[in-house]
Design a protein around this ligand. Structure first.
Ligand SMILES: C[S@@+](CC[C@H](N)C(=O)[O-])C[C@H]1O[C@@H](n2cnc3c(N)ncnc32)[C@H](O)[C@@H]1O
Length: 283
């Protein structure tokens, strides 16, 4: 399994695309620039780019208050968050407690940030709406703490927090974010757009899109001036929305409860040189 720097488990997490993103940045002279994820989730690609200097700044945005609260705590309440991880027992009683805190907590509180993290690590496939790993009876081989390696997770959180000054965190609607905030980006930027899946979005995420939202996002993306890449599930409706733009597919392996492979659609801003084309030009 590839090294994953994010502490969040994410349905549709895209860490595996990191080598491709680095090559895309290299081919387009974007290395050392700003890297942006308007639908950040676990921000699977961002952290390696920052740690290894491929990006000088990372902008992450997610409309989900729970996800935003978690990242806010990582960056601004690092010690308290890590202490809570270290001292909280990962038991079914605690799972019930965190689940009820999660539905009542709000804002950028430690309560919401920590309960989001706790449920993300103990629920099936990291899905906040799903049930606990191993079921309420905890009768199977897999128990709820099997994805909760405390020290490893604390190390990941502390490492990200070290880069706090290079991280811009927001909680906006991605479409609005793309039309407004993104205008302030330096020229040397790459926007990696990973919207909720077309088909499975409602099952996987607390915030998801209807067809009209996907359509309106496509209109915004087509107008973007800065370099962008987009990944989606491969649905005919999505292919139709991005018709005429450079489109390819990528085979990804997902490690949730069961290892499986899936095909993702990748669309690029037409002016971008693909890594493959850059090799051909250089040869
Ligand atoms: C496919 S996931 C992103 C996964 C991410 N690329 C990763 O590697 O972990 C989509 C994310 O978009 C967020 N989201 C859904 N609707 C949104 C909206 N209108 N604006 C911003 N974020 C949104 C969801 O909360 C979810 O975290």
């Amino acid at each position: 399994m590839p090294v994953n720097h994010t502490p969040l488990r994410y349905p549709g997490g895209k860490s595996q695309l990191t080598p491709f993103v680095i090559e895309l940045m290299r081919a387009n002279d974007l290395l050392g620039g700003t890297y942006v994820e308007p639908f950040a989730g676990g921000a699977g690609v961002a952290w390696k780019l920052l740690f290894d200097g491929y990006a000088s700044e990372v902008w992450i945005n997610d409309i989900d208050p729970a996800i935003h609260a978690f990242w806010h705590c990582v960056l601004n309440r690092t010690d308290e968050l890590c202490d809570k991880i270290a001292t909280t027992d990962v038991t079914i009683e605690e799972w019930h407690r965190q689940r009820s805190l999660h539905s009542s907590a709000s804002g950028q509180s430690l309560k919401l940030g920590f309960s989001t993290f706790f449920l993300n690590r103990t629920n099936r496939s990291g899905i906040l709406k799903a049930g606990v790993i191993g079921g309420l009876a905890q009768a199977g081989d897999w128990k709820l703490d099997c994805r909760f390696k405390k020290q490893d997770l604390i190390d990941k959180i502390r490492r990200i927090a070290l880069y706090k000054d290079q991280i811009n965190l927001t909680r906006d609607d991605a479409n609005r974010y793309l039309s407004s905030t993104v205008k302030k980006l330096p020229k040397q930027s790459l926007i990696n757009i990973d919207p909720p899946y077309y088909k499975k979005g409602p099952e996987l995420y607390c915030s998801f899109y209807e067809h009209e939202d996907h359509k309106s996002l496509a209109q915004t993306i087509r107008k973007l001036r800065r370099p962008w890449m987009l990944t989606y599930d491969d649905a005919p409706e999505i292919r139709a929305l991005y018709a005429g733009l450079p489109t390819t597919t990528k085979r990804l392996t997902y490690y949730a409860q069961v290892k499986r492979t899936g095909v993702e659609l990748l669309v690029l801003k037409p002016s971008l040189v693909t890594p493959e084309a850059a090799h051909v030009l250089a040869a």
